[in-house]
Write a protein that binds this ligand. Sequence first.
Ligand code: SF4
Ligand code: MG
Length: 312
Amino acid sequence: RFDVSKPWLNRVLEREERQYLTATADVNFSIARGETFALVGESGSGKSTIAKMIVGLLPPSEGQILFDGQDMGKVGTSELRALRRRFQMIFQDPFASLNPRWRVGDIVSEPLRTFGLAKGAEVTREMERLLDTVGLSARDAEKFPHEFSGGQRQRIAIARALSAKPEFIVCDEPTSALDVSVQAQILNLMRDLQDEMGLTYLFISHDLSVVRHMATRTGVLYLGRLVEVSEGKSLFRDPQHPYTKMLLDAVPDLALSGRRRTPVTGEIPNPINPPSGCPFHPRCPVAIDKCKTDVPPSFQTPNGSAACHLLG
Ligand code: SF4
Ligand code: MG
């Protein structure tokens, strides 16, 4: 179980802009064992920042991240090392995350050695088993990443993540760089692996079709705020927050029976200087006066919660 507490205010140094910005504010969610919690939002919503903080690549400046009740910000180096084995990350661009000078066999077996999970001949046997698990063959162990297609590289990255024997995998746009047909294969592989191994996923994507395929629960992020959380597929059937409705309306192939479409309008504001009140108010088609001044609290909805004054 992962608990991310509020207020979770994180300041990230934007190197180009030399400015501090609040990437994620007021984000509060828990992830239960075996579920796929999806985070959706446009670029700049803070999705990747949350992913990095969860796997310990970026420290939150305030708030807490609890893994199985342990505060990630307070554990010592050796405990953190042990925790790091238990959660792994799969990135959007597998090529960037695979060392181009290493053979695939070395890439996949590196966590086995690092975490002392196998010795001697066991390392090779386990590495070959992992390649087989993700649909590659033992022969591929001798090759280099550039000899593979994008989808195959993502299989290599998945095999490497699995070799650490993780419980929890953060997947940051894992199929966004792939062709649609290849996307489906990788997503199905990830679902099969989850069933076989009881994995828990935090699944980050801007693509609602992909999220609908994967999520057992979905959170919608807007400018670093979680504006709606919804169980199962209900987000897609019965969205509650005006921003969620707008996002869904932007996807033509999602069946939206009987609901009036809201046109997608406006640009995502600069996160360095977010709007007052409800951060969505400049783009919201149903905003009322107090949206400009008052931050909406989170209200219970039939299938979760949403932060909008109209739901109170
Ligand atoms: Fe729109 Fe107001 Fe609801 Fe924000 S609080 S989503 S501006 S109606
Ligand atoms: Mg991102």
